[in-house]
Design a protein around this ligand. Structure first.
Ligand code: ADP
Ligand code: 5GP
Length: 189
């Protein structure tokens, strides 16, 4: 059975990673399935449990940490936990899929370390912090407080970009999609 490869996408929040990942999932020849993470943050309008994330209470998230159910987890923002469930990755591999991850930079580097022989790590870089702010404001999902937290963390995340296998600058979206598609084709096909 084919499959079993891993593609990791990391980026500061608002860089366009989700948009690019959704596009890659449409290219059926890549045989990609999205690893649904668990999080303790509240769902945004339109987000579905089990599709975008497994939404857990903070208590339930911590219980699962204790239970060793995560391959990796990070408190990305204060009191907001995100993590990759072992059960999720096993489920997708057993279906013969290549698995795509949308995780923060620390999670991305950890997953790369765990699966170094069969993974490709991609960093999606925004053209600037100012443009990141514009995109997050336009997306309309953040409060002034969460916007501030995301922009503060973005500087730290961008400083780790060089540790990824590939950097895609998402200035012109179509160009970024085409470039990502080429890189994935080389790795997966
Ligand atoms: P992330 O998953 O990295 O947080 P999203 O994919 O949600 O980012 O993108 C953040 C916002 O920016 C979305 O509203 C998206 O439509 C928009 N966006 C993505 N790429 C571009 C681009 N190249 N130029 C302008 N806006 C973009
Ligand atoms: P958001 O709240 O915008 O959906 O995600 C915030 C950040 O958490 C993003 O950088 C996203 O990639 C990251 N994230 C989502 N799932 C996981 C995960 O399972 N592990 C880690 N380490 N980060 C994750």
């Amino acid at each position: 059975m084919a499959g079993g490869k891993i593609v990791i996408f990391s980026a500061p929040s608002g860089a366009g990673k989700t948009t690019i990942v959704h596009k890659m999932l449409e290219y059926k020849e890549f045989n990609l399935a999205f690893s649904v993470s668990a999080t303790s943050r509240a769902p945004r309008p339109g987000e579905e449990n089990g599709k975008d994330y497994y939404f857990l209470s903070t208590e339930e998230f911590k219980r699962r940490i204790e239970n060793n159910e995560f391959i990796e987890w990070v408190e990305v923002y204060k009191n907001q936990f995100y993590g990759t469930l072992r059960s999720e990755v096993e489920r997708l591999f057993s279906m013969g899929k290549n698995v795509v991850f949308d995780v923060d930079v620390l999670g991305g580097l950890n997953i790369k370390k765990a699966y170094s022989d069969r993974s490709l790590s991609v960093f999606v870089k925004p053209p600037s912090i100012e443009e990141l702010r514009n995109r997050l404001m336009k997306r309309g999902t953040e409060t002034p407080d969460s916007l501030k937290k995301r922009l503060e963390r973005a500087e730290f995340e961008i400083s780790l970009a060089d540790r990824f296998d590939v950097i895609i600058v998402n200035d012109d979206l179509q160009k970024a999609i085409d470039e990502t598609r080429k890189v994935l084709a080389k790795f997966l096909l």
